[in-house]
Design a protein around this ligand. Sequence first.
Ligand code: BMP
Length: 271
Amino acid sequence: ERLKMTFDARAEKSTNMMSARLLRLMATKRTNLCVAGDLRSSAAVLRLADAVGPYICVFKTHVDALDDFSGQFGPQLCEIAKTHNFLIMEDRKFGDIGNTVSLQYGAGNFSVAAWADLVTVHALPGPGIIDGLVSCLETHRAHLKDRACFIVAEMSCKDALTTASYRSEAMKLAETRVDFVAGVVSQSASGIPSPGLIQLTPGVRAGVNGTPQSDSDGLGQQYNSPRHVVLERGADVAVVGRGVTEAPDSAEAAKFYRDLLWEAYLERVSE
Ligand code: BMP
């Protein structure tokens, strides 16, 4: 069964090169933590990536929320990723027709395809959105082999419209396009069709130093503990944003989350 398999064993089963690469990275580096670097300045995001780098498998960005994005951001983040061995995910949540996402992915101010190993994609437009992203890479003849996406199948926020049937259609889309789909963003493992697909789960926060676990942020976000998302909800990679960025010491916090998440993973695959 998928959830009982080790990341290494699942890498063997993976038909997508980037999901195999990420699963192996997680197994080697012994981390299933993704930090969401949702800060306002490029320097602060780069500083954070460098500080948490040793403890993460993926660093997730929202570059359209930066006050001062410049063309140097991507290459600088890639350098830090190389130093600490993690992948970069731009959480763009593409959601338009193929032609438009192709433009948004490869061009514009952000040139996401040039520096982000992974991107997120809404399932809403159907298979055409995957075609759009792939055609962008083909046009530029670059990165066809070292890029992939995660399909947002289910959202963490209260009253999200990602119903059970939407979720199951999104899983089908992931399965039919494993050429470019490395995984799904989801709150549970049900219906994930293949052991090679990676479940990325946001909405994770723990009580640190005796402070109580908060279960929401006042704007609809819903939090679960690291242990709960890995053991009860099937998270392979858990996303922690403010749990790390609002902590007094982000490296310390990342280490704390890494330890809890990895311990839960070991418990899940043991026996
Ligand atoms: P935080 O841990 O601070 O709540 O941040 C969660 C991060 O995960 C944010 O970057 C958000 O955009 C992202 N996210 C989410 O919270 N829920 C989803 O369903 C999908 C997401 O990408």
